[in-house]
Design a binder for this molecule. Sequence first.
Ligand code: SF4
Length: 147
Amino acid sequence: MNAIVSACLLGINCRYDGSNSRNQKVFDFIEEKGINPIPVCPEQLAGLPTPRVECETYGDGFEVLEGHSHVYSREGEVMTDFFIKGAEEVLKIAKITNAGIALMKSKSPSCGAGTIYDGTFCGRTREGFGVTAALLRKNGIDVIEFD
Ligand code: SF4
């Protein structure tokens, strides 16, 4: 089975600060389930640089996709279009590769799938989906988050 995987979880240095979020539990899950991982970083696929400005949303990914909320940079710039573009590119990859599942990084405004930062840049989290995770879920792809 092919699976979309947040690239940072696999040790790729694609985080906003140029680091990664390598998670052994993801490697164990991949091996246990016989998964073929397809690493993606929606924010890089959107054309954002690495390192890049930190972003959060007050709403969640579903609300952003419906035009009811926005993604903001720490400086207050509206970044919504980048996050939607990144989500759409990941969805294209998921369809091309027939990925039935996505393993995504918790808390990210792109990849969070159950937990995201709350938009205040204070390190607080709340329930919610990132924009990419929401678009994948809307298109019938199971999304599991790893922290
Ligand atoms: S959480 Fe998602 S958007 Fe953020 S660095 Fe990882 S793969 Fe890229």
